[in-house]
Write a protein that binds this ligand. Structure first.
Ligand SMILES: Cc1cc2nc3c(=O)[nH]c(=O)nc-3n(C[C@H](O)[C@H](O)[C@H](O)COP(=O)(O)OP(=O)(O)OC[C@H]3O[C@@H](n4cnc5c(N)ncnc54)[C@H](O)[C@@H]3O)c2cc1C
Length: 575
C-alpha cells in the first residue's frame, strides 16, 4: 500500500512529537512509530529538563551553555549549545502552557533541582537548574505533546516499523515500513522525513535503555549511504541498579544522595573536590570503575560487575517519597531495599548515545559537504552536536524539545515550497523478499548472536578502553555479522510477527556496534566518555574534530568534520 504525506515523522518520543506538532501547522503530517506513542523511552526520563529559569538560585543561559560545552569536553559545537541553553527557557514555559504539571516551589513557580555538571558562574558551585515533575518528567512531556498532536490532527501509524529510507540522489523520497498487525509492507511518499527514533543502548549487556532502543534510525540512514557522527562516544550512567541496569536518576544525588565504597568512604571527594557526587557522568562512572578495580567495590573482587552504594537514607522518608517516588518503588520491587532506610547497590549502566545522524541546528541532515534535501533528524538519534563527548544530565530532554521544535518549524516552511517526491516503482519489493527469506526452512536462532554482541561491547568498548580490548571487540562484531547471515525466524506467520522485527533490529545493532567499535579504536586520545588507558590525555592538536563513519561492503570508512569553538577556547576540565 502507498501512502502520501507532506511530512513523515519516524518516532513518537519527545523529539518526534514536538516536530510533528510544529510541522502539522502547514504540512499534512504522519507519525510512524513502532511503539504506541506514550510507550516511547522519553516516558522513562526521571530527573528533569535543564533550563536557566533562575527560580531557586540565580542562573543564566550563558552559564548553562558553558557547562554544556565543558561537560562535553569541548567537542560540542558551541553556537548550537548557545541555542540549546537560550531556547530551553522558552521551551519549558511552552510545555507549562501546554499543560505539563511541573513540581512547584512554595511560591508556586516551577521547582528546580541540582544535577551533575550544572553550575553557577562558570563552575563555582552546583546550581538548581533541572525543572521536574517528581521523577516522571519524561512521561509528563509525552502525555502533554501527544494530546496536542491529536488536537492538531496529526495522523498516527502506531506499531509501524520503518525498515528502509528511499533517497533520490541527495533528496528524500520516502520510507518502506512494516505493519506489525498484518505483516504488510507499506510505502510512504513524503516531501520531508524526520528521524526521531531514539537511542541504541541495547548493544550493551547492562543498560538503562528499553528493549525497543535498537538504533533503527541511524542504521537505516547509514545503509542509505549517509555517515554517522561521533559514534565512539557512548555514555555510561554511574547509577544503574546492580546487575539489571535499571536507572536510578541522578536526581537522587541532586537531592543530596551520596556514593560510598566498601569502606563507607565518600570516594568522590578524591575525584572531584568541588562538585563531588555531582560531577559529570563520565567522571563519576570512571571513579566507580576505579574504586572497583582497586578492590574497594562492595564485593572487593575487582570484577567489572562489582558495585558501590548510593545512599539517600539521610534525606528522610518525606523527601524520598515526595521527590523520588518511582525510584523508591523500583528499589523496593527489584531489590527489596527501601531507599529511605538503606543504601542502594549501583553500577555504571550504558545509557546515552552522544553520536548519531549528523544535523545542523534546524535538524537538516548535513555532512561536511552535503545537505540532504527534505531529510531531518532530531533527539537522541541525531548529533547536532550539543553533547560533544559527554552529555550532561537533563540536557537530552532539552535537546528533544528545542531541536525537535526547530526541525518541525523548518519542515513546516520547507514543504510549502517543495514538490512531491519521487520513489522507484518497485519500492518495498526488496524488503518483501528479505522478509520471505528470513522465513526459510534452515538457519539459526538469533539469541546467541544478540547475547554475544552485548557481552563483547560491554567488556571491550565500555567505560575504560584500550587498543587490545577494542581490537578484540571489533573482531567479535565482524564475526557476529557473519554468523547473523545464517539467522532465520521460527514463527512463519504474518500477523504480529515480532520475531521478524527483532531480527532486523539485531542487524541494526550489529551495524552500529561495528561503527562504534571502529570509531573508538581510531580515536587515539581520551575525551569525555571515550576513556583510553593507553592514551590517557585529551589531544586537541590531533583530535579536536568530529568523526564521520560509514560502512561500505563490511568495511568502516572514517572522515572528519571540524568542531565549532567560536565562543570559548578549549581548556582542561577540572571540577
Ligand atoms: C531510564 C532513562 C531515564 C532518562 N532520564 C532523563 C532525564 O531525566 N533527563 C534527560 O534529559 N534525559 C533523560 N534520559 C535520556 C532521554 O530520555 C532520551 O535521550 C530521550 O527521551 C530520547 O527521546 P527521543 O524522542 O529521541 O526518542 P524516544 O523517546 O526513545 O522515542 C523513539 C521513538 O522512535 C520510534 N521508533 C524507533 N525505531 C523505529 C522504527 N524503526 N520505526 C518506527 N518508529 C521507530 C519508537 O516507537 C519511539 O516512539 C533518560 C533515558 C533513560 C533511558
Amino acid at each position: 500500500m502507498i501512502h502520501e504525506f507532506d511530512a513523515v515523522i519516524v518516532g513518537a518520543g519527545g523529539a518526534g512529537l514536538y516536530a510533528a506538532l510544529e510541522a502539522s501547522k502547514t504540512a499534512k503530517t504522519a507519525v510512524v512509530s513502532k511503539l504506541y506513542p506514550t510507550r516511547s523511552h522519553t516516558g522513562a526520563a526521571q530527573g528533569g529538563i535543564g533550563a536557566a529559569l533562575g527560580n531557586v538560585d540565580e542562573d543564566n543561559p550563558k552559564w548553562h551553555a558553558f557547562d554544556t560545552i565543558k561537560g562535553g569536553d569541548y567537542l560540542v559545537d558551541q553556537q548550537a549549545a548557545k541555542i540549546l541553553a537560550e531556547e530551553a527557557v522558552q521551551a519549558v514555559y511552552d510545555l507549562e502552557n501546554r499543560g505539563l504539571p511541573f513540581s512547584r516551589t512554595p511560591e508556586g513557580r516551577i521547582d528546580q533541582r541540582r544535577f551533575g555538571g550544572h553550575t553557577r558562574n562558570f563552575g563555582e558551585a552546583p546550581v538548581h537548574r533541572s525543572c521536574y515533575a517528581a521523577d516522571r518528567t519524561g512521561n509528563m512531556i509525552l502525555q502533554t505533546l501527544y494530546q496536542q498532536c491529536i488536537k492538531n490532527q496529526v495522523h498516527f501509524f502506531d506499531e509501524f516499523q520503518v525498515l528502509e529510507l528511499l533517497l533520490e540522489g541527495t533528496r528524500v523520497g520516502g520510507l518502506v515500513v512494516f505493519e506489525l498487525a498484518t505483516g504488510e509492507v507499506h510505502v510512504f511518499k513524503a516531501k520531508a522525513v524526520l528521524f526521531a527514533t531514539g537511542g541504541f543502548g541495547r548493544m550493551y549487556r547492562i543498560t538503562s535503555n528499553a528493549h525497543a532502543n535498537t538504533g533503527d534510525g541511524p542504521a537505516v540512514v547509514m545503509r542509505a549511504g549517509i555517515p554517522l557522527e561521533d559514534m565512539e562516544f557512548f555514555q555510561f550512567h554511574p547509577t544503574g541498579i546492580k546487575d539489571m541496569g535499571i536507572l536510578i536518576t541522578e536526581g537522587v544525588r541532586g537531592e543530596g544522595g551520596i556514593l560510598l565504597n566498601r569502606d563507607g568512604e565518600r570516594f568522590m571527594e578524591r575525584y572531584a573536590p568541588t562538585l563531588l557526587d555531582l560531577a559529570p557522568r563520565d567522571m563519576v562512572s570512571r571513579a566507580i570503575m576505579t574504586e572497583i578495580q582497586e578492590g574497594r567495590g562492595m564485593r572487593g573482587d575487582r570484577r567489572i560487575d562489582d558495585y558501590v552504594m548510593l545512599d539517600a537514607s539521610h534525606l528522610g522518608r518525606e523527601v524520598v517519597e515526595r521527590k523520588i517516588p518511582d525510584i523508591a518503588d523500583f528499589c523496593k520491587t527489584y531489590l527489596a531495599v527501601d531507599p529511605a532506610e538503606k543504601p542502594m547497590p549501583v553500577q555504571p549502566t550504558a545509557h546515552y548515545a552522544m553520536g548519531g545522524i549528523p544535523t545542523d541546528v534546524d535538524g537538516r541532515v548535513t555532512t561536511a559537504e552535503t545537505v540532504y534535501e527534505g531529510l531531518y533528524a532530531a533527539g537522541e538519534c541525531a548529533c547536532v552536536s550539543v553533547h560533544g563527548a559527554n552529555r550532561l544530565g537533563t540536557n537530552s530532554l532539552v535537546d528533544l524539545v528545542v531541536f525537535g521544535r526547530r526541525a518541525g518549524r523548518h519542515i513546516a516552511e520547507y514543504v510549502t515550497g517543495a514538490g512531491q517526491s519521487r520513489i522507484p516503482s518497485d519500492a518495498g519489493e526488496q524488503m518483501r523478499r528479505r522478509i520471505a527469506d528470513l522465513k526459510r526452512e534452515d538457519g539459526a536462532h538469533p539469541g546467541p548472536v544478540y547475547e554475544r554482541m552485548q557481552s563483547t561491547m560491554m567488556e571491550n568498548v565500555g567505560v575504560y578502553r584500550d587498543h587490545e580490548r577494542m581490537t578484540r571487540g571489533l573482531a567479535d562484531i565482524r564475526e557476529l555479522r557473519e554468523a547473523f547471515k545464517e539467522v532465520r525466524v521460527q514463527d512463519k506467520q504474518s500477523r504480529f510477527n515480532s520475531e521478524v522485527l527483532g531480527i532486523l533490529e539485531l542487524e541494526n545493532l550489529l551495524d552500529l556496534s561495528l561503527v562504534t567499535a571502529a570509531s573508538a579504536l581510531n580515536r587515539t586520545e581520551s575525551r569525555g566518555a571515550h576513556s583510553r588507558v593507553d592514551y590517557t590525555e585529551r589531544d586537541d592538536d590531533r583530535w579536536l574534530k568530529h568523526t564521520l563513519a560509514q560502512v561500505e561492503d563490511g568495511e568502516v570508512h572514517i572522515a572528519y568534520k571540524s568542531v565549532d569553538t567560536s565562543i570559548w577556547e578549549p581548556k582542561p576540565r577540572t571540577y
